[in-house]
Structure formats: C-alpha cells, structure tokens
Design a protein around this ligand. Structure first.
Ligand code: AVI
Length: 334
C-alpha cells in the first residue's frame, strides 16, 4: 500500500473514531439525564436511512408525496427565482431524489452541493445523480449541518439557492430552527434564496388523526425506524438492549404543535452501554424525536427573525404541507 493510501486510511479511521466517541458521549449524556432522550440525528445510519426511505413511501406518511406534488407544480417558479447558472445547496440531502425536480427546472445549474451526515448513503445517491446530470458539478459535503460548516468554493457566478425539504426543519426545536435558518443564511450568503418545506400544524383543514397515522403506520416501519436507534447503539457501542423490551410510541401534542416519538421500556431493566449500567423503569420512555408543525404565520415570523424575507408560500390543495421560498437581502446592510 502506498504511503498516501495509508495516510488517507488513517485519516478516515480517525474521523470514524471521533464520530463514535461523540455518539458514545451523546448516548450516555442522554440516557443518564433525569428525562431520557436521544438526538434524532442518530436515526440515520445505513439501516436507518433505508428505513426512512421506506417511511417516505408509506400510504400514511403524506409529507413526502405532498411536498413532491407542490414542488412539481411550482418547479418552474423556483427555477425562475434561481435564475441561470445557480448553485443548489441541499441541507440533509439523503437520497437526493426531490432535488431532481429543481435541477430539471433550473437553467444551466452550475453545481449541486449536498450536505449530509450519512456519507456512504449520500455518495451513492450523488453517483446516481451525477450520471443523470453530467453538466452539473457534484460537490458533496459529509457533515452535520446542525453545526457550522464550510461549503466548497462554488462553480459559476449565479445565485445560491438553498434547499431544505421534507420538513426536516420540524425536527429542531423552534429556537434551534430559527438558529438553523440564521446559520443557513450565513452559508448561503447575501442575495441567496432558500426553498424550505415544512409540515403544517393541526387546523380546520387537517385533523390530528392525519398526524397520528403518519407516525403510527400499520406496517410498523416507523416503529422499526425508532427501534433501530437501540440496535445502532448495540452495534456501535457494544450495548445489550433487548429490542423486544421496548415499544414505539408516537403522539401529537396539540399545545406544543409537535409529534413526539418515544421508546417505552416494557419492564424494569438495566442495560449495559459503554461500561455503564443504565436503569429503565417499566413505563419510562426515551424521547427520540420531536417533529414540530407550524402555521404559515408562525413560520413566516420565525424566518423573519432569522434574517429572511418570505417571497412566497405554497400549500397543497388539502392544506396539509407547505413549501416556502425565503430571500436574503443583496447587501448585509439591506
Ligand atoms: C426527517 N423528518 C422530517 C421525519 C419527520 O417526519 O419528522 C422523520 C420521521 N420520523 C418518523 N417518521 C418520519
């Protein structure tokens, strides 16, 4: 093996070790807290990313296909807002499927910059995309987009268009969502535009049962996705969770306007994780995810506080989901 290859391998191993150390710290901190919780970003290992792709195709999980319908109907408008030679930057790109609608509608897009924590999944998706869009520079960034990050120098002189679909913004607390929008504004820069998809709260047009069904599908895929977090801790941290002794639970909290996901312990039990023994009382839960829902007015207010002007908002005919385009002033002073 060449010295260069050895060096590249040890750098990759060091990165992996650092990621495992951060995972161990986050898991132990979350499970030793008085109210147990785990960060939802850890759902997305290889198995979790595959399960999430299955969720997106479930009959009950309306957000993906509803958002696709809106993007399909409005792609021309988005392409016009982007202008010729734009660079498209996607936060949390996953399978890079929805972005095709935008790339098809944009005039000579210069580059596509997907940012995702799940490197292998992203690289496979980008390889497929690159074959279909040979004229677009593919510049993947393997990173946690909730942290400050550097985006590669952009090809082309066009506008920067951010893309954050799928209501992923709902997985932040409202404060963190505002922080993310402000940070994305720094990454995208003056004069940029930002296409964000978000899920709408319960309303006269959307009953809470729609939200409940979306997170409690009949095939149990969402349950498997939730439980995979424990399987991942077993795999990567050598823990001994017995998955049969935990149960998926998801419900809509009307006052907080969010769907909460939990894993409920079905017994009094102890679990060994990275040298620690952690006690779970019967009925105690690990809070694994919040999926916050917004009214159009609440979202516009949050975006404004984060330094964005709302150019437009579109919903589907049932008014279950929304896609908005935000814009940043051309000069910071503006
Ligand atoms: C990625 N995110 C927007 C999904 C959501 O709806 O909050 C994750 C998910 N959790 C359960 N089902 C889907």
């Amino acid at each position: 093996m060449s010295a260069l290859k050895t060096l590249a391998r040890s750098a990759a191993e060091a990165t992996e070790e650092a990621a495992t150390a951060a995972f161990r710290t986050d898991v132990l901190t979350g499970l030793m807290a008085p109210r147990k919780a785990l960060p939802p970003k850890y759902f997305y290992d290889e198995a979790g990313s595959r399960l999430f792709d299955l969720i997106c195709r479930l009959p009950e999980y309306y957000p993906t296909r509803t958002e696709l319908g809106i993007l399909h109907a409005r792609a021309g408008d988005i392409g016009a807002i982007a202008g010729a030679g734009a660079t498209l930057i996607e936060f949390g790109s996953g399978s890079s499927e929805k972005v095709r609608l935008l790339l098809d509608a944009m005039a000579a897009p210069a580059a596509y910059v997907p940012i995702d924590i799940s490197g292998a999944h992203m690289r496979a998706a980008v390889a497929r995309l690159g074959r279909d869009y040979p004229g677009v520079a593919m510049l993947p960034v393997e990173a946690d987009f909730t942290r400050p990050l550097a985006v590669p120098a952009m090809a082309g002189q066009g506008r920067r268009l951010g893309f954050f679909p799928g209501s992923t913004i709902g997985n932040f607390t409202p404060d963190a969502a505002a922080g993310f929008l402000a940070n994305a504004g720094e990454v995208l820069g003056p004069g940029s535009a930002f296409v964000v998809g978000f899920d709408l709260a319960e309303s006269a047009a959307k009953g809470a049962e729609v939200l409940h069904a979306a997170y409690n599908d009949r095939q149990g895929v969402t349950a498997a996705f939730n439980l995979n977090l424990l399987a991942r801790i077993n795999r990567e941290l050598g823990a001994n969770f017995d998955l049969a002794r935990f149960r998926h639970d998801a419900f809509y909290d009307r006052a907080e306007r969010r769907v909460e996901m939990h894993l409920e312990s079905l017994a009094d039990q102890r679990v060994r994780i990275a040298g620690e023994s952690i006690r779970f009382a019967r009925g105690e839960t690990i809070h694994t995810e919040n999926s916050c829902k917004y009214t159009p007015a609440a979202f516009a207010r949050m975006a404004r506080h984060a330094g964005w002007a709302q150019r437009v908002i579109w919903t589907d005919p049932r008014e279950w989901f929304a896609v908005t385009v935000l814009e940043r002033a051309v000069s910071d002073a503006g």
